[in-house]
Design a protein. Structure first.
Length: 140
């Protein structure tokens, strides 16, 4: 299989196999006017199998979303056909409006204009808790 290189855009690499569609959805890549390539189950010496997403345009997105989904990813910024920046994802300390609190008594259930904020409380076990009520986040 041959996927063309991109001139200006973003390559999200080292995605855990099977998670590319979740990232596509969370980042709203379906709304972009440019080409987006999702390459699934690519052979990888390091990971066995991985997914890759290539986005052939510049766009702004919350990079913390990627760290929350899969902290092993890399994001490559491409300009004029060359990688000009490479970022390694980490678990973010705080995520905003990525997931919703499931506690029906949380203030975010009644005050829906409040942002859904979760903070990292246990890095080793990847546990996030609601900023308002301390309910543990349900990660997929």
């Amino acid at each position: 299989m041959n996927i063309d290189s991109i001139k200006n855009g973003i390559v999200i690499d080292h995605i855990t196999a099977g998670k590319a569609m979740e990232i596509y959805s969370l980042l709203g890549l379906d709304k972009l006017e440019c080409s987006v390539a999702i390459i699934k189950n690519v052979s990888s010496r390091k990971m066995g199998k991985k997914d890759i997403i290539k986005i052939d345009c510049d766009f702004d997105f919350d990079i913390d979303v990627l760290g929350f989904i899969d902290s092993g990813m890399t994001v490559n910024i491409v300009k004029d056909g060359r990688i000009v920046e490479k970022r390694h994802m980490e678990l973010p300390e705080k995520i905003v409006n990525v997931i919703k609190c499931k506690n029906p008594r949380c203030i975010t259930s009644t005050e829906q204009e409040l942002p859904q904020i979760f903070k990292l409380t246990d890095r080793e076990n990847k546990v996030y808790r609601c900023y308002y009520c301390e309910t543990k986040a349900n990660r997929k």
